[in-house]
Write a protein that binds this ligand. Structure first.
Ligand code: SF4
Ligand code: SF4
Length: 479
Protein backbone atom coordinates (compact mmCIF):
# COMPACT_ATOMS: atom_id res chain seq x y z
CA UNK A 1 0.00 0.00 0.00
CA UNK A 2 2.80 2.41 0.99
CA UNK A 3 4.55 1.73 -2.31
CA UNK A 4 1.36 2.59 -4.22
CA UNK A 5 0.94 5.88 -2.28
CA UNK A 6 4.58 6.82 -2.88
CA UNK A 7 4.22 5.97 -6.58
CA UNK A 8 1.10 8.17 -6.93
CA UNK A 9 2.75 11.08 -5.10
CA UNK A 10 5.96 10.80 -7.17
CA UNK A 11 3.94 10.68 -10.37
CA UNK A 12 1.92 13.75 -9.36
CA UNK A 13 5.04 15.74 -8.41
CA UNK A 14 6.91 14.78 -11.57
CA UNK A 15 3.77 15.51 -13.62
CA UNK A 16 3.43 19.03 -12.23
CA UNK A 17 7.17 19.63 -12.73
CA UNK A 18 6.74 18.54 -16.36
CA UNK A 19 3.86 20.98 -16.85
CA UNK A 20 6.03 23.67 -15.16
CA UNK A 21 8.82 22.88 -17.63
CA UNK A 22 6.49 23.11 -20.64
CA UNK A 23 5.26 26.49 -19.36
CA UNK A 24 8.84 27.71 -18.91
CA UNK A 25 9.70 26.67 -22.48
CA UNK A 26 6.45 28.20 -23.74
CA UNK A 27 7.27 31.56 -22.10
CA UNK A 28 10.70 31.60 -23.76
CA UNK A 29 9.08 30.80 -27.11
CA UNK A 30 6.43 33.49 -26.57
CA UNK A 31 9.19 36.06 -25.92
CA UNK A 32 7.64 36.93 -22.55
CA UNK A 33 10.55 38.04 -20.34
CA UNK A 34 8.64 38.53 -17.10
CA UNK A 35 6.68 35.30 -17.50
CA UNK A 36 9.91 33.43 -18.30
CA UNK A 37 11.46 34.53 -14.98
CA UNK A 38 8.38 33.55 -12.97
CA UNK A 39 7.89 30.30 -14.89
CA UNK A 40 11.56 29.48 -14.31
CA UNK A 41 11.15 30.01 -10.57
CA UNK A 42 7.95 27.98 -10.56
CA UNK A 43 9.55 25.11 -12.46
CA UNK A 44 12.63 25.16 -10.16
CA UNK A 45 10.34 25.00 -7.11
CA UNK A 46 8.32 22.13 -8.56
CA UNK A 47 11.45 20.22 -9.53
CA UNK A 48 13.03 20.80 -6.11
CA UNK A 49 9.88 19.45 -4.46
CA UNK A 50 10.00 16.30 -6.58
CA UNK A 51 13.73 15.79 -5.88
CA UNK A 52 13.27 16.33 -2.11
CA UNK A 53 10.38 13.87 -2.16
CA UNK A 54 12.46 11.20 -3.90
CA UNK A 55 15.32 11.82 -1.49
CA UNK A 56 13.01 11.48 1.56
CA UNK A 57 11.54 8.31 0.07
CA UNK A 58 15.06 6.87 -0.21
CA UNK A 59 15.78 7.92 3.38
CA UNK A 60 12.71 5.93 4.53
CA UNK A 61 10.84 8.95 5.98
CA UNK A 62 7.45 7.72 4.76
CA UNK A 63 7.87 4.47 6.69
CA UNK A 64 7.58 6.47 9.92
CA UNK A 65 4.20 7.54 11.35
CA UNK A 66 4.86 11.25 10.90
CA UNK A 67 6.15 10.72 7.36
CA UNK A 68 3.10 8.65 6.46
CA UNK A 69 0.81 11.37 7.86
CA UNK A 70 2.55 13.96 5.65
CA UNK A 71 2.29 11.69 2.62
CA UNK A 72 -1.42 10.95 3.08
CA UNK A 73 -2.15 14.61 3.93
CA UNK A 74 -0.31 15.80 0.84
CA UNK A 75 -2.15 13.34 -1.37
CA UNK A 76 -5.53 14.36 0.07
CA UNK A 77 -4.74 18.05 -0.48
CA UNK A 78 -3.55 17.31 -4.01
CA UNK A 79 -6.74 15.34 -4.73
CA UNK A 80 -8.93 18.18 -3.42
CA UNK A 81 -7.03 20.78 -5.49
CA UNK A 82 -7.29 18.61 -8.62
CA UNK A 83 -11.00 18.10 -8.04
CA UNK A 84 -11.59 21.84 -7.59
CA UNK A 85 -9.66 22.69 -10.76
CA UNK A 86 -11.12 19.97 -12.96
CA UNK A 87 -14.76 19.65 -11.90
CA UNK A 88 -17.39 20.98 -14.26
CA UNK A 89 -19.68 23.50 -12.59
CA UNK A 90 -23.24 24.28 -13.67
CA UNK A 91 -23.57 25.57 -17.23
CA UNK A 92 -24.41 29.18 -17.96
CA UNK A 93 -27.85 28.61 -19.48
CA UNK A 94 -28.00 32.14 -20.88
CA UNK A 95 -24.79 31.57 -22.84
CA UNK A 96 -26.21 28.34 -24.24
CA UNK A 97 -29.06 30.34 -25.78
CA UNK A 98 -26.57 32.50 -27.71
CA UNK A 99 -27.58 36.11 -28.25
CA UNK A 100 -31.22 35.30 -27.45
CA UNK A 101 -30.11 34.71 -23.88
CA UNK A 102 -28.75 38.27 -23.77
CA UNK A 103 -31.84 40.05 -25.10
CA UNK A 104 -33.75 41.66 -22.25
CA UNK A 105 -35.51 44.54 -24.02
CA UNK A 106 -36.34 45.92 -27.46
CA UNK A 107 -33.47 45.57 -29.89
CA UNK A 108 -33.39 47.97 -32.83
CA UNK A 109 -31.57 46.70 -35.91
CA UNK A 110 -28.21 48.45 -36.34
CA UNK A 111 -28.14 51.16 -38.98
CA UNK A 112 -24.76 51.02 -40.71
CA UNK A 113 -24.89 54.79 -41.40
CA UNK A 114 -24.49 55.43 -37.67
CA UNK A 115 -21.40 53.27 -37.23
CA UNK A 116 -18.32 55.38 -36.47
CA UNK A 117 -16.44 54.01 -39.51
CA UNK A 118 -19.29 54.81 -41.90
CA UNK A 119 -19.69 58.34 -40.53
CA UNK A 120 -16.00 59.08 -40.86
CA UNK A 121 -15.26 57.35 -44.12
CA UNK A 122 -18.44 57.55 -46.14
CA UNK A 123 -20.07 60.86 -45.30
CA UNK A 124 -18.25 63.60 -47.17
CA UNK A 125 -18.73 67.21 -46.07
CA UNK A 126 -20.95 69.19 -48.51
CA UNK A 127 -22.53 66.02 -49.90
CA UNK A 128 -26.24 65.20 -49.98
CA UNK A 129 -25.58 62.30 -47.59
CA UNK A 130 -23.94 64.71 -45.16
CA UNK A 131 -26.99 66.98 -45.18
CA UNK A 132 -29.43 64.08 -44.74
CA UNK A 133 -27.47 62.31 -42.02
CA UNK A 134 -26.68 65.27 -39.76
CA UNK A 135 -30.20 66.63 -40.10
CA UNK A 136 -31.33 63.38 -38.45
CA UNK A 137 -28.31 63.11 -36.11
CA UNK A 138 -27.19 66.63 -35.18
CA UNK A 139 -25.59 65.19 -32.03
CA UNK A 140 -22.71 63.76 -34.11
CA UNK A 141 -21.95 66.68 -36.44
CA UNK A 142 -19.45 68.75 -34.46
CA UNK A 143 -17.75 65.71 -32.98
CA UNK A 144 -17.36 64.04 -36.40
CA UNK A 145 -16.05 67.25 -38.01
CA UNK A 146 -13.20 67.42 -35.46
CA UNK A 147 -12.54 63.70 -35.83
CA UNK A 148 -12.32 63.94 -39.62
CA UNK A 149 -9.67 66.66 -39.41
CA UNK A 150 -7.36 64.31 -37.53
CA UNK A 151 -7.32 61.68 -40.30
CA UNK A 152 -7.91 57.95 -40.21
CA UNK A 153 -5.99 55.23 -38.44
CA UNK A 154 -3.87 54.12 -41.36
CA UNK A 155 -0.52 55.69 -40.65
CA UNK A 156 -1.12 59.40 -41.11
CA UNK A 157 1.79 61.64 -40.06
CA UNK A 158 2.28 61.73 -36.31
CA UNK A 159 1.58 58.05 -35.72
CA UNK A 160 3.05 55.99 -32.92
CA UNK A 161 5.81 54.56 -35.17
CA UNK A 162 6.73 57.80 -36.94
CA UNK A 163 9.08 58.34 -38.76
CA UNK A 164 9.59 54.68 -39.69
CA UNK A 165 6.04 53.52 -40.16
CA UNK A 166 6.10 53.69 -44.00
CA UNK A 167 7.06 50.09 -44.74
CA UNK A 168 4.43 48.65 -42.42
CA UNK A 169 1.73 51.02 -43.64
CA UNK A 170 2.60 49.96 -47.20
CA UNK A 171 2.05 46.30 -46.23
CA UNK A 172 -1.25 47.05 -44.45
CA UNK A 173 -2.55 49.03 -47.43
CA UNK A 174 -1.57 46.23 -49.80
CA UNK A 175 -3.85 43.85 -47.89
CA UNK A 176 -6.59 46.46 -47.58
CA UNK A 177 -6.85 46.70 -51.37
CA UNK A 178 -8.19 43.11 -51.52
CA UNK A 179 -11.51 43.58 -49.63
CA UNK A 180 -12.22 46.74 -51.65
CA UNK A 181 -11.61 44.84 -54.88
CA UNK A 182 -13.95 42.08 -53.64
CA UNK A 183 -16.79 44.40 -52.60
CA UNK A 184 -18.55 45.06 -55.92
CA UNK A 185 -22.08 43.55 -56.35
CA UNK A 186 -20.90 40.83 -58.76
CA UNK A 187 -18.41 39.64 -56.09
CA UNK A 188 -20.48 39.88 -52.90
CA UNK A 189 -23.64 38.49 -54.52
CA UNK A 190 -22.24 36.30 -57.26
CA UNK A 191 -24.33 34.85 -60.02
CA UNK A 192 -24.28 31.16 -60.81
CA UNK A 193 -21.39 30.32 -63.11
CA UNK A 194 -22.66 29.98 -66.76
CA UNK A 195 -21.68 26.30 -66.78
CA UNK A 196 -23.86 25.60 -63.74
CA UNK A 197 -26.92 27.69 -64.64
CA UNK A 198 -30.26 25.90 -64.49
CA UNK A 199 -28.73 22.97 -62.61
CA UNK A 200 -29.76 23.58 -59.02
CA UNK A 201 -28.20 20.86 -56.91
CA UNK A 202 -30.42 19.35 -54.26
CA UNK A 203 -28.59 18.52 -51.06
CA UNK A 204 -29.85 17.42 -47.68
CA UNK A 205 -29.07 20.02 -44.95
CA UNK A 206 -26.56 17.55 -43.44
CA UNK A 207 -24.70 17.12 -46.72
CA UNK A 208 -24.84 20.83 -47.55
CA UNK A 209 -23.44 21.62 -44.10
CA UNK A 210 -20.60 19.16 -44.42
CA UNK A 211 -19.68 20.41 -47.91
CA UNK A 212 -19.95 24.06 -46.95
CA UNK A 213 -17.94 23.77 -43.75
CA UNK A 214 -15.30 21.61 -45.42
CA UNK A 215 -14.91 24.04 -48.31
CA UNK A 216 -14.72 27.05 -45.95
CA UNK A 217 -11.92 25.41 -43.98
CA UNK A 218 -10.13 24.40 -47.15
CA UNK A 219 -10.22 28.03 -48.25
CA UNK A 220 -8.30 28.94 -45.08
CA UNK A 221 -10.84 29.46 -42.27
CA UNK A 222 -9.70 28.18 -38.88
CA UNK A 223 -13.18 27.96 -37.36
CA UNK A 224 -16.57 27.70 -39.02
CA UNK A 225 -20.12 27.49 -37.67
CA UNK A 226 -23.67 27.82 -38.95
CA UNK A 227 -26.26 30.19 -37.46
CA UNK A 228 -29.94 30.38 -38.14
CA UNK A 229 -30.16 34.13 -38.78
CA UNK A 230 -31.74 36.34 -36.18
CA UNK A 231 -32.92 39.29 -38.34
CA UNK A 232 -31.80 41.67 -35.58
CA UNK A 233 -28.20 40.98 -36.63
CA UNK A 234 -28.69 42.16 -40.21
CA UNK A 235 -28.00 45.90 -40.68
CA UNK A 236 -31.18 47.89 -41.34
CA UNK A 237 -29.61 50.36 -43.86
CA UNK A 238 -26.43 50.50 -45.87
CA UNK A 239 -23.94 53.14 -44.74
CA UNK A 240 -20.47 52.25 -46.09
CA UNK A 241 -19.70 53.32 -49.65
CA UNK A 242 -16.42 52.34 -51.30
CA UNK A 243 -16.71 52.58 -55.07
CA UNK A 244 -18.90 55.66 -55.59
CA UNK A 245 -22.14 53.65 -55.48
CA UNK A 246 -23.90 56.48 -53.67
CA UNK A 247 -27.34 55.23 -54.72
CA UNK A 248 -26.79 52.45 -52.14
CA UNK A 249 -26.24 54.80 -49.20
CA UNK A 250 -29.25 54.64 -46.87
CA UNK A 251 -30.83 51.77 -48.81
CA UNK A 252 -32.87 49.44 -46.62
CA UNK A 253 -31.34 45.99 -46.31
CA UNK A 254 -33.84 43.17 -46.67
CA UNK A 255 -33.46 40.03 -44.62
CA UNK A 256 -33.47 37.55 -47.49
CA UNK A 257 -31.63 34.58 -46.08
CA UNK A 258 -32.29 32.09 -43.32
CA UNK A 259 -28.76 30.83 -42.59
CA UNK A 260 -25.28 32.25 -42.14
CA UNK A 261 -21.99 30.44 -42.51
CA UNK A 262 -19.78 32.32 -40.07
CA UNK A 263 -16.03 31.75 -40.00
CA UNK A 264 -12.97 32.97 -38.11
CA UNK A 265 -9.34 33.24 -39.15
CA UNK A 266 -6.60 33.23 -36.53
CA UNK A 267 -4.45 36.34 -36.16
CA UNK A 268 -0.76 35.70 -35.50
CA UNK A 269 0.13 35.76 -31.83
CA UNK A 270 3.47 37.39 -32.65
CA UNK A 271 2.03 40.26 -34.69
CA UNK A 272 -0.90 40.98 -32.34
CA UNK A 273 1.68 41.00 -29.54
CA UNK A 274 3.10 44.27 -30.89
CA UNK A 275 -0.14 46.27 -30.49
CA UNK A 276 -0.62 49.23 -30.70
CA UNK A 277 2.35 49.40 -33.10
CA UNK A 278 2.09 49.08 -36.86
CA UNK A 279 2.76 45.29 -37.19
CA UNK A 280 -0.56 44.57 -35.50
CA UNK A 281 -2.29 46.61 -38.19
CA UNK A 282 -0.58 44.56 -40.92
CA UNK A 283 -2.00 41.47 -39.23
CA UNK A 284 -5.53 42.89 -39.02
CA UNK A 285 -5.53 43.86 -42.68
CA UNK A 286 -3.96 40.57 -43.77
CA UNK A 287 -6.78 38.69 -42.08
CA UNK A 288 -9.48 41.02 -43.40
CA UNK A 289 -8.11 40.29 -46.87
CA UNK A 290 -8.11 36.57 -46.13
CA UNK A 291 -11.67 36.81 -44.80
CA UNK A 292 -12.83 38.67 -47.93
CA UNK A 293 -11.20 36.04 -50.13
CA UNK A 294 -12.86 33.18 -48.23
CA UNK A 295 -16.29 34.83 -48.07
CA UNK A 296 -16.29 35.72 -51.77
CA UNK A 297 -15.34 32.23 -52.93
CA UNK A 298 -17.77 30.61 -50.52
CA UNK A 299 -20.62 32.82 -51.79
CA UNK A 300 -19.66 31.88 -55.35
CA UNK A 301 -19.62 28.17 -54.44
CA UNK A 302 -23.14 28.40 -52.99
CA UNK A 303 -24.34 30.41 -55.99
CA UNK A 304 -23.01 27.65 -58.27
CA UNK A 305 -25.12 25.14 -56.34
CA UNK A 306 -28.13 27.23 -57.40
CA UNK A 307 -28.81 29.17 -54.18
CA UNK A 308 -28.65 32.79 -53.22
CA UNK A 309 -25.61 33.86 -51.15
CA UNK A 310 -24.16 37.18 -49.95
CA UNK A 311 -20.65 37.67 -48.62
CA UNK A 312 -20.07 39.83 -45.55
CA UNK A 313 -16.51 41.07 -45.17
CA UNK A 314 -14.58 44.22 -44.31
CA UNK A 315 -15.80 46.21 -47.31
CA UNK A 316 -19.35 44.87 -47.48
CA UNK A 317 -21.10 44.03 -44.25
CA UNK A 318 -24.76 43.06 -44.28
CA UNK A 319 -24.48 41.00 -41.11
CA UNK A 320 -23.32 42.21 -37.69
CA UNK A 321 -20.73 39.51 -37.32
CA UNK A 322 -19.96 39.19 -33.59
CA UNK A 323 -23.51 38.31 -32.45
CA UNK A 324 -23.91 36.08 -35.47
CA UNK A 325 -20.69 34.26 -34.57
CA UNK A 326 -22.02 33.78 -31.02
CA UNK A 327 -25.19 32.22 -32.46
CA UNK A 328 -23.07 30.03 -34.74
CA UNK A 329 -21.32 28.59 -31.67
CA UNK A 330 -17.86 30.01 -32.43
CA UNK A 331 -17.45 31.56 -28.98
CA UNK A 332 -18.84 34.10 -26.54
CA UNK A 333 -18.89 37.89 -26.42
CA UNK A 334 -16.17 39.27 -24.13
CA UNK A 335 -15.87 42.49 -22.15
CA UNK A 336 -13.65 43.94 -24.88
CA UNK A 337 -16.50 43.73 -27.43
CA UNK A 338 -14.87 41.03 -29.56
CA UNK A 339 -15.82 37.40 -29.92
CA UNK A 340 -13.75 35.17 -27.62
CA UNK A 341 -13.12 31.73 -29.08
CA UNK A 342 -11.86 28.71 -27.18
CA UNK A 343 -9.20 28.04 -29.80
CA UNK A 344 -7.63 31.52 -30.16
CA UNK A 345 -9.41 33.82 -27.71
CA UNK A 346 -10.25 37.19 -29.33
CA UNK A 347 -7.25 36.85 -31.68
CA UNK A 348 -9.47 36.28 -34.75
CA UNK A 349 -11.12 38.14 -37.58
CA UNK A 350 -14.59 37.16 -38.75
CA UNK A 351 -16.37 36.82 -42.05
CA UNK A 352 -19.70 35.32 -43.13
CA UNK A 353 -21.91 34.31 -46.01
CA UNK A 354 -25.67 34.51 -45.63
CA UNK A 355 -27.70 32.14 -47.77
CA UNK A 356 -30.99 30.37 -48.47
CA UNK A 357 -29.16 27.04 -48.85
CA UNK A 358 -30.74 24.83 -46.16
CA UNK A 359 -28.08 24.09 -43.52
CA UNK A 360 -27.84 22.56 -40.03
CA UNK A 361 -27.33 25.32 -37.42
CA UNK A 362 -24.74 24.86 -34.67
CA UNK A 363 -25.52 25.44 -31.02
CA UNK A 364 -24.13 28.40 -29.02
CA UNK A 365 -21.45 27.51 -26.48
CA UNK A 366 -20.74 28.20 -22.81
CA UNK A 367 -17.00 28.58 -22.19
CA UNK A 368 -17.24 30.56 -18.96
CA UNK A 369 -16.34 33.85 -20.71
CA UNK A 370 -19.04 35.88 -18.94
CA UNK A 371 -17.75 34.71 -15.56
CA UNK A 372 -14.07 35.10 -16.50
CA UNK A 373 -14.58 38.66 -17.76
CA UNK A 374 -16.31 39.62 -14.51
CA UNK A 375 -13.22 38.47 -12.59
CA UNK A 376 -10.57 39.73 -15.02
CA UNK A 377 -11.01 43.36 -16.21
CA UNK A 378 -7.55 43.38 -17.80
CA UNK A 379 -8.60 44.83 -21.16
CA UNK A 380 -10.50 47.65 -19.44
CA UNK A 381 -7.49 48.43 -17.21
CA UNK A 382 -5.11 48.50 -20.18
CA UNK A 383 -7.27 50.38 -22.71
CA UNK A 384 -5.50 53.72 -23.26
CA UNK A 385 -8.75 55.49 -24.17
CA UNK A 386 -10.88 54.00 -21.38
CA UNK A 387 -13.28 52.71 -24.01
CA UNK A 388 -13.95 49.37 -22.29
CA UNK A 389 -16.25 49.52 -19.27
CA UNK A 390 -15.32 48.23 -15.83
CA UNK A 391 -18.05 46.74 -13.66
CA UNK A 392 -20.90 44.54 -14.75
CA UNK A 393 -22.81 44.34 -18.02
CA UNK A 394 -25.66 46.73 -18.69
CA UNK A 395 -28.57 46.89 -21.10
CA UNK A 396 -27.55 48.40 -24.40
CA UNK A 397 -30.02 48.52 -27.31
CA UNK A 398 -32.09 45.82 -25.57
CA UNK A 399 -29.14 43.45 -25.01
CA UNK A 400 -27.14 42.70 -21.91
CA UNK A 401 -23.45 43.34 -22.59
CA UNK A 402 -20.36 45.37 -21.88
CA UNK A 403 -20.70 48.38 -24.16
CA UNK A 404 -17.48 49.35 -25.88
CA UNK A 405 -17.23 53.08 -26.56
CA UNK A 406 -16.49 52.84 -30.29
CA UNK A 407 -16.15 56.63 -30.56
CA UNK A 408 -13.25 57.00 -28.13
CA UNK A 409 -11.65 53.78 -29.38
CA UNK A 410 -11.69 55.08 -32.98
CA UNK A 411 -10.38 58.41 -31.72
CA UNK A 412 -7.39 56.60 -30.22
CA UNK A 413 -6.81 54.71 -33.48
CA UNK A 414 -6.65 58.03 -35.28
CA UNK A 415 -4.09 59.26 -32.75
CA UNK A 416 -1.71 56.30 -32.98
CA UNK A 417 -2.33 55.62 -36.67
CA UNK A 418 -3.09 51.91 -36.20
CA UNK A 419 -6.03 49.81 -35.05
CA UNK A 420 -4.40 49.49 -31.61
CA UNK A 421 -5.39 45.92 -30.58
CA UNK A 422 -4.03 46.42 -27.05
CA UNK A 423 -7.19 44.85 -25.59
CA UNK A 424 -6.78 41.83 -27.85
CA UNK A 425 -3.08 41.53 -26.98
CA UNK A 426 -3.48 41.62 -23.19
CA UNK A 427 -6.54 39.34 -22.95
CA UNK A 428 -5.56 36.12 -21.12
CA UNK A 429 -7.52 34.13 -23.72
CA UNK A 430 -5.16 35.41 -26.44
CA UNK A 431 -2.05 33.48 -25.37
CA UNK A 432 -0.49 31.26 -28.02
CA UNK A 433 -2.07 27.82 -27.77
CA UNK A 434 1.01 25.99 -26.53
CA UNK A 435 0.44 22.86 -24.41
CA UNK A 436 0.27 24.59 -20.96
CA UNK A 437 -2.07 27.31 -22.27
CA UNK A 438 -4.33 24.65 -23.80
CA UNK A 439 -4.50 22.96 -20.38
CA UNK A 440 -5.39 26.28 -18.73
CA UNK A 441 -8.11 27.05 -21.31
CA UNK A 442 -9.59 23.60 -20.77
CA UNK A 443 -9.72 24.19 -17.00
CA UNK A 444 -11.17 27.73 -17.13
CA UNK A 445 -13.97 26.57 -19.41
CA UNK A 446 -14.94 24.10 -16.67
CA UNK A 447 -15.29 26.02 -13.41
CA UNK A 448 -15.05 29.25 -11.45
CA UNK A 449 -12.16 28.17 -9.20
CA UNK A 450 -9.91 27.78 -12.23
CA UNK A 451 -11.09 31.12 -13.63
CA UNK A 452 -10.19 32.90 -10.40
CA UNK A 453 -6.84 31.14 -10.04
CA UNK A 454 -5.68 31.59 -13.62
CA UNK A 455 -6.87 35.19 -13.90
CA UNK A 456 -4.78 35.93 -10.79
CA UNK A 457 -1.80 33.96 -12.15
CA UNK A 458 -2.02 35.79 -15.47
CA UNK A 459 -1.47 39.06 -13.61
CA UNK A 460 1.49 37.56 -11.72
CA UNK A 461 3.19 35.96 -14.72
CA UNK A 462 2.42 38.49 -17.47
CA UNK A 463 1.76 41.60 -15.38
CA UNK A 464 -1.39 43.65 -14.91
CA UNK A 465 -0.37 45.84 -17.84
CA UNK A 466 1.71 43.72 -20.21
CA UNK A 467 3.99 45.63 -22.55
CA UNK A 468 4.00 45.20 -26.34
CA UNK A 469 6.46 42.63 -27.63
CA UNK A 470 9.13 43.15 -30.27
CA UNK A 471 7.94 42.56 -33.85
CA UNK A 472 9.49 39.98 -36.18
CA UNK A 473 12.57 41.39 -37.88
CA UNK A 474 10.89 42.00 -41.24
CA UNK A 475 8.19 44.18 -39.62
CA UNK A 476 10.45 46.30 -37.40
CA UNK A 477 9.54 49.94 -37.07
CA UNK A 478 12.66 51.16 -35.23
CA UNK A 479 15.83 51.90 -37.16
S1 SF4 B 1 -9.06 40.86 -20.93
FE1 SF4 B 1 -10.23 39.84 -19.33
S2 SF4 B 1 -12.07 41.08 -19.12
FE2 SF4 B 1 -11.15 41.61 -21.06
S3 SF4 B 1 -12.14 40.30 -22.56
FE3 SF4 B 1 -10.26 39.27 -21.93
S4 SF4 B 1 -10.91 37.93 -20.28
FE4 SF4 B 1 -12.55 39.42 -20.56
S1 SF4 C 1 -8.58 48.78 -29.59
FE1 SF4 C 1 -7.33 49.97 -28.11
S2 SF4 C 1 -8.47 51.85 -27.79
FE2 SF4 C 1 -9.89 50.38 -28.71
S3 SF4 C 1 -10.90 49.37 -27.01
FE3 SF4 C 1 -9.14 48.10 -27.52
S4 SF4 C 1 -7.51 48.85 -26.18
FE4 SF4 C 1 -9.11 50.41 -26.18
Amino acid sequence: MLTVLIFIAALALLGQAFIGLTFFVSCIWEGEKRATVFAGLQFSGMLALAVVFLFLTGAGLFETDIGLTFLVGGLVLGAIASFLLMRRTAANLRALEGTRGLIIGNVKRHDEREIVFARNRSIRPSSEQYRVFYREHPEYEEYDAKRREKGGPLGHPGTIDTPNEGLNVAAALASLSIPIYLSTPDKVEPETHPEMRGKKINLSPEEATERTKGYTKTLGADLVGIAEINPLWIYSHRGEIFYENWEDWGKEIEVRHRYAVVFAVEMSFEMVGTGPHTPTMIESMRNYAKGAHIATQLASFIANLGYSATASHLRHYEAVLVPMAVDAGLGELGRLGYLITKEFGPRVRLGAVTTDLPLMPDKPVDMGVEDFCRICNKCAMCCPSNSIPLGDRAMCNGSLRWKLNAETCFEYWGGVGTDCNICMRVCPWSHARTFPHKVVVELVTRNRTSRRLFSFMDDIFYGKRPKPKAPPRWAQFNN
